[in-house]
Design a protein around this ligand. Structure first.
Ligand code: ATP
Length: 365
């Protein structure tokens, strides 16, 4: 059994010296039962505070938190039926892995036979059955993290809260554990709420993500939609690797033939698009590095000098110097014959452009 969660106008105010800050600012959202929901954002955006309020480890300054229809705002952690895993693994060093995983059941006075059965089932789920007699120090970082997850899920909580659980692991283990956690989510029924600053983790694991900035969720959607239709420039540049190219362009031409221009390049835009931009003389134009294509000169939108070529394996990441000091990134298959210093011709499909408001950063089309 898993639960859905509702956050209603949740705010957390901390006093920092003479000032007070809203670490979480009027946050309202719903998380469906069984979802893998991720709060992602840069350091200090309020993700951990949000998770701690859901856990009952931090009080709510105003607003309500509901598990299904039940208001849990005033209910302490023990009454919320949650499991938690944090960045620092903190297993009990003198206990065996079996005792570590079974600890919460022992505290809850579950009969020994049942503890054994549930610990063994959990260990099997996490592929650590052969480690049960060992002590934490005998395990690798990834195995210890599995034990920490095992300890959190052995009670079969309705909600599993994970705060940066992979950040202490090296890159290879992190990727491995990402798949492990996903597999686990497919097999257990719990709603998972995950916190990370790593957009790749957020994108690859979640059914939906909330991109946080300054205590607010600036976009809540499926990862693919956030990538394809970012709500604002800051989201566009935060999600996706390498970051989306964004530069200034001016709106020119007569109203019946409007154009966007920059660095000697000029592209026509539709009248509907121009309407969305009415009242503006400049905009921020965005295109993902993967949307830039090398093409023959007669099909090109712009020409550039290839200043740096970084092989990624099958593809290359290229730094392109356009006129007026504009540098763009391109990711794609670039022939060996196109070396650093070459003049290249680039096209961008008009449907691949994002247009953002120059001051608010909000997406205009
Ligand atoms: P990180 O990834 O660095 O943990 P985060 O997005 O999880 O960041 P929070 O830890 O939720 O952010 O912090 C949000 C804001 O609240 C920050 O400005 C932080 O300094 C502040 N803050 C968090 N806890 C407290 C506290 N106990 N007292 C005062 N300010 C706090």
């Amino acid at each position: 059994m898993s639960v859905g969660l509702t956050l209603e106008h949740v705010t957390k105010t901390f006093s920092q010296g003479a000032k007070s800050i809203n670490a979480v600012d009027d946050l309202s959202l719903e998380i469906g039962p069984g979802e893998f929901f991720t709060f992602v954002g840069a350091s200090g955006c309020g993700k951990t505070t949000t998770l701690r309020m859901i856990a009952g480890l931090e009080s709510v300054s105003s607003g309500r938190i509901l598990f299904d229809k039940e208001d849990v705002t005033g209910i302490p952690t023990q009454g919320r039926d949650i499991g938690m895993v944090f960045q620092d693994i903190a297993l009990f060093p003198y206990m065996s892995i079996r005792e570590n995983i079974g600890y919460s059941l022992k505290v809850a006075r579950v009969p020994k036979k049942e503890i054994d059965e549930r610990v063994e089932r959990t260990a099997e789920l996490l592929s650590i059955s052969d480690k049960l007699a060992m002590k934490p120090v005998q395990l690798s970082g990834g195995q210890q993290q599995r034990v920490a997850i095992g300890r959190a899920i052995v009670r079969e909580p309705k909600v599993l809260l994970l705060d940066e659980p992979l950040s202490a692991l090296d890159a290879r283990l992190r990727t491995e554990m990402r798949s492990e956690i996903l597999r686990l989510h497919r097999r257990i029924n719990s709603t998972i709420i995950y916190v990370t600053h790593d957009q790749v983790e957020a994108m690859t694991m979640s059914s939906r993500i909330a991109v946080m900035e300054g205590g607010k969720a600036v976009q809540v959607d499926q990862p693919r939609s956030v990538f394809r239709y970012p709500a604002r420039e800051s989201v566009a540049t935060f999600i996706g690797t390498p970051a989306m190219n964004v530069w200034d362009a001016s709106l020119e031409g007569p109203t019946d033939a409007p154009r966007l221009s920059w660095s000697g390049v000029s592209v026509p835009i539709s009248r509907e698009d121009a309407q969305a931009l009415s009242g503006l003389t400049t905009v921020r134009l965005g295109a993902r590095p993967q949307a830039l294509k090398l093409v023959p000169a007669d099909e090109a939108l712009l020409e550039a000098t290839l200043s740096l070529k970084e092989p990624l394996g099958l593809e290359d990441e290229c730094h392109l110097q356009v006129a007026d000091g504009l540098e763009l990134r391109l990711v794609g298959r670039v022939p060996d014959s196109v070396a650093e210093g070459s003049l290249v011709h680039v096209n961008i499909d008009p449907s691949d452009f994002c247009v953002f408001h120059p001051e608010t950063g909000e997406v205009l089309r």
